[in-house]
Design a protein around this ligand. Structure first.
Ligand code: TUI
Length: 323
C-alpha cells in the first residue's frame, strides 16, 4: 500500500520499527527493512564506532532503506548528529528532545528527517524547520514518554501540520494500525511487538517477561526527575518507584540506581534491569519472525479497512488466537 510516508521513505509497508536503545541493532533493523517496513538502528548511549559499525553491518544485510535514531538526552548527541550527516543515513529519527539545531545539516546531506514529538507545538516547530514527517508518540509507548495519549496526540498533530504524521505508542496489531489511520496517521511506529521477534537479539528472559505481560503490568518511573519511563513491573521498577516516593532519597543515589538498567535487562537480568515496554505488551504473546509480524499486521489492517462502520463495531475479537 502507498501513503506519503511509504513514498517518502521508499518502503512497502507503512511500518517503522521503534528505535529501542540497546535493542534495535543492525540485525533487527535489517530484518524489518527486508520485511518491507523501515528498520531503525537506535544509537542510544552507544559509542560512535559502534554506531558506525552497525550502520555498515545493516547496509551489508539489506539494500533497502535503514533509519538511525538519535536520543537527544545523550550528552554526545552533537557528535552523533555529525556522524549521521557523514554517513548520509537514509532516514534519521530523533527522540527525547528537539533536534532543531541539526535539521539543516541533515537535510543538506540528503537525509530524511523524522523527529518524534510528544506535543503539537513541537510538531509545528519541526515542520517549520524542514522535517519531512513527524512521529507522534503517545504515552502508551515504552521507554521515555510524554504526557499525552496516542488517541489525543495523533489527531491534534494531524490537525496542525501538513507534513505526514506517523502514529506511535499503543500499536501492536492490525487493529491499532487501522485505528491510527482513522486518526489521520499515514504510517505507524511499532516497538514493543518487535521485542519478541526471532531477529531481536535481546535476552530470552526479557522476551519471556514481555510475552507474559498483562495490561496492568507496566509502570511509569522517573516522573519526579522529569524523565518518565514506562517499563514492565519487576523488582527494579518497583524499587525505583519506592525510592522516588521516599522524600529521604538522595537524587544522586536515584540517578545511580537508574544507570545501566536497560542494558542489564537486555543482557538478561529480568529482575534488576529495566524491561522497557509499552502498554501493548499485553498484545504480544507469540514468537514470530519480523516478516511474519509485518505481513500479519498489514493483512489485519487491510481487512479491517475494507469494513464499514457498523461492521467494524461488530468486530470485537482478537485477530490472533490468544494463548
Ligand atoms: O525517546 C523515546 N523513548 C526512549 S529514549 C530511551 S533511552 C533512556 N533511557 C533511560 C532513561 C531515559 C531515556 C528510552 N526510550 N521516545 C521518543 C520520545 N520523545 N518520547 C517523548 C519524546 C519527547 C519528549 C519531549 C520529545 C521531545 C520533547 O520535548 C522537546 C522540547 O524541547 O520541546
Amino acid at each position: 500500500m502507498k501513503t506519503r510516508v511509504t513514498e517518502l521513505l521508499g518502503i512497502e509497508a507503512p511500518i517503522i520499527q521503534g528505535a529501542m536503545a540497546w535493542v534495535a541493532n543492525a540485525q533487527l533493523a535489517a530484518a524489518v527493512s527486508e520485511a518491507g517496513g523501515l528498520g531503525v538502528i537506535a544509537s542510544g548511549a552507544a559509542p560512535l564506532d559502534w554506531i558506525e559499525a552497525q550502520v555498515e553491518l545493516a547496509r551489508s544485510l539489506t539494500k533497502k532503506p535503514i533509519g538511525v535514531n538519535i536520543m537527544l538526552m545523550n550528552p554526545q548527541a552533537a557528535e552523533i548528529a555529525r556522524l549521521l550527516t557523514e554517513l548520509r543515513a537514509d532516514v534519521i529519527t530523533t527522540g527525547a528532545g528537539s533536534p532543531s539545531e541539526y535539521i539543516e545539516d541533515w537535510k543538506a546531506a540528503g537525509c530524511r528527517v523524522v523527529p518524534v514529538v510528544a506535543s503539537s507545538a513541537l510538531a509545528q516547530r519541526m515542520e517549520r524547520l524542514g522535517a519531512d514527517a513527524v512521529i507522534a508518540e503517545g504515552c502508551e509507548a515504552g521507554g521515555h514518554i510524554g504526557e499525552l495519549t496516542t488517541m489525543a496526540l495523533v489527531p491534534s498533530v494531524c490537525d496542525r501540520v501538513s507534513i505526514p504524521v506517523i502514529a506511535a505508542g499503543g500499536i501492536a496489531d492490525g487493529r491499532g494500525i487501522c485505528a491510527a489511520f482513522a486518526l489521520g496517521a499515514e504510517a505507524v511506529q511499532i516497538g514493543t511487538r518487535f521485542l519478541t521477534v526471532d531477529e531481536c537479539t535481546i535476552s530470552d528472559a526479557y522476551k519471556e517477561e514481555v510475552l507474559k505481560a498483562k495490561d496492568s503490568d507496566t509502570i511509569v518511573t522517573g516522573r519526579a526527575s522529569g524523565h518518565p519511563v514506562r517499563a514492565l513491573k519487576n523488582a527494579y521498577s518497583r524499587a525505583a518507584r519506592r525510592m522516588e516516593e521516599d522524600p529521604a532519597t538522595d537524587p544522586a543515589a536515584l540517578e545511580a540506581f537508574y544507570a545501566g538498567s536497560l542494558r542489564r535487562a537486555v543482557e538478561g537480568d529480568a529482575k534488576n534491569g529495566s524491561l522497557m515496554a509499552g502498554q501493548v505488551a499485553c498484545l504480544v504473546f507469540e514468537r514470530k519472525s519480523a516478516r511474519e509480524v509485518v505481513s500479519e499486521m498489514m493483512a489485519e489492517a487491510e481487512a479491517l479497512g475494507r469494513k464499514g462502520l457498523s461492521e467494524l463495531a461488530a468486530h470485537n475479537a482478537c485477530p490472533r488466537p490468544l494463548p
